[in-house]
Write a protein that binds this ligand. Structure first.
Ligand SMILES: Nc1ncnc2c1ncn2[C@@H]1O[C@H](COP(=O)(O)OP(=O)(O)O)[C@@H](O)[C@H]1O
Ligand SMILES: N[C@@H](CCC(=O)OP(=O)(O)O)C(=O)O
Length: 379
């Protein structure tokens, strides 16, 4: 494990965010591959038992817990004779198929020590992006909770292709936290918090609290270990996603799980936004797949991003992709940089004939904004 140096500032006074996390009544606990598996020995059953102990103890104190467990690919490598984490999709999927079985069996045996039942929930990004599937997942997680079982969630790796992947389980965990209305998200990894630079360097310093984006100025979020996906960058974007959903995050070492789940006085605490995004804006920004792109001129970028105005056809220079009115699209500036996402009012075919035209030049039925300000979320 990468640990805080002696001279790093310890977590002293309990901040409001840490108190909220410690008192949370519904939590999501995500455990990374780097904390559960190793290249030499595969799945770490001792670590998994300690995690189950800490989770069971928190549940007994009255908190609902959903577990997001990585580690399927790591756990599947040894049984298949693989010495390096596979890079190609088919081998990753084969490893995940073998490893997921071992992983969920291990969670099941571990919780069985407490007479606790577990349920396996495998999700793809589509399950969260589509509202009907979204509600199905929500209902299953809710019913497992009311029946006293622990949901063990992972990405459905064996069917997820590059296009429909969450990308990493930090993002999946933050989306699940939103889905179940969690009050706190725990990201447990092999590192004991966020450092201002590579934690393997002695000069790196632990950042105990992040309460605004400015606290991240100058922080270098690097890649992860041989088994993890996304490294610290994916944890920071998951923390931002959770913050938008009004969910504070505690990033800590899995070896400190007992302390993280009881007092929350370890690791890095990320505050939630004071006002959470509405469910609709959250979905537009984070969950929905973008069906296409609208290319904006500089004036439209200013209107949309700085003045928070609706997007009108006069400012759209071109469109990419085939989409329908009601789909979520990306809005990009003249350099191709994403500046916002929004719900488009017209089909791509309809829009093609409206490009660059001012509202007065359009037929009455085409005079609604292309994307209404209420349906626009800056990137
Ligand atoms: N600024 C940073 N602060 C903390 N850890 C960092 C930082 N930059 C890179 N890392 C690395 O990120 C790793 C955790 O990411 P990852 O391997 O993806 O974990 P997990 O498997 O838990 O998702 C740590 O092992 C750490 O070395
Ligand atoms: N679904 C994959 C995990 C992918 C992943 O995001 O891993 P990690 O970065 O360790 O949380 C697995 O179970 O191996």
């Amino acid at each position: 494990m990468v640990s805080a140096r002696e001279f790093d500032s310890p977590v002293t006074a309990l901040t409001d965010t840490r108190r909220t996390i410690a008192d949370a009544k519904r939590i999501v606990v995500k455990i990374g591959s780097s904390a559960l598996t190793s290249l030499d020995t595969g799945l770490d059953l001792g670590r998994l038992d300690l995690l189950a102990d800490a989770i069971e103890s928190r549940m007994r104190s009255g908190t609902d817990v959903v577990v997001v467990s990585s580690g399927a690919i790591g756990a599947g490598m040894a049984p298949l004779g693989l010495s390096r984490r596979p890079r190609d999709l088919a081998t990753k999927q084969a490893a995940a198929s073998v490893g997921q079985l071992a992983l969920v069996n291990a969670w099941s045996s571990s919780f069985h020590r407490y007479g606790r039942t577990v349920g396996q929930v495998l999700l793809t990004a589509e399950d969260i992006a589509r509202r009907t599937n979204h509600r199905n997942a929500q209902r299953t997680l809710d019913r497992l909770r009311s029946l006293g079982a622990v949901a063990i969630v992972n990405e459905n790796d064996t069917v997820a292709t590059a296009e429909i992947r969450f990308g990493d389980n930090d993002r999946l965990a933050a989306l699940v936290a939103h889905l179940v209305g969690a009050d706190a998200l725990f990201l447990l990894s092999d590192v004991d918090g966020l450092y201002d630079g590579d934690p393997r360097k002695v000069s790196a310093t632990l950042i105990p609290d992040v309460s605004s984006p400015e606290d991240l100025d100058g922080v270098v979020a690097g890649s992860g270990g041989a088994l993890g996906t996304g490294g610290m960058a994916s944890k920071l974007s998951a923390a931002r996603l959770a913050a938008d959903a009004g969910v504070p995050v505690l990033l800590a070492a899995a070896s400190d799980a007992a302390q993280a789940l009881t007092t929350s006085e370890v690791g890095t605490a990320f505050a939630a936004r004071p006002t959470r995004l509405s469910a609709r804006k959250f979905w537009v920004r984070h969950a929905a797949d973008a069906a296409g792109e609208l290319h904006l001129d500089a004036g439209a970028v200013r209107a949309v991003v700085e003045r928070r105005r609706s997007l009108l056809s006069a400012g759209v220079t071109s469109v990419t992709g085939a989409f329908h009115g009601g789909d979520v699209v990306s809005l990009v500036d003249p350099d191709g940089t994403l500046v916002a996402r929004g719900v488009v009012a017209y089909d791509s075919g309809e829009l093609a004939g409206m490009l660059g035209r001012s509202t007065g030049e359009l037929a009455a039925e085409l005079q609604r904004p292309v994307v209404h300000a209420d349906d626009l979320v800056p990137a």
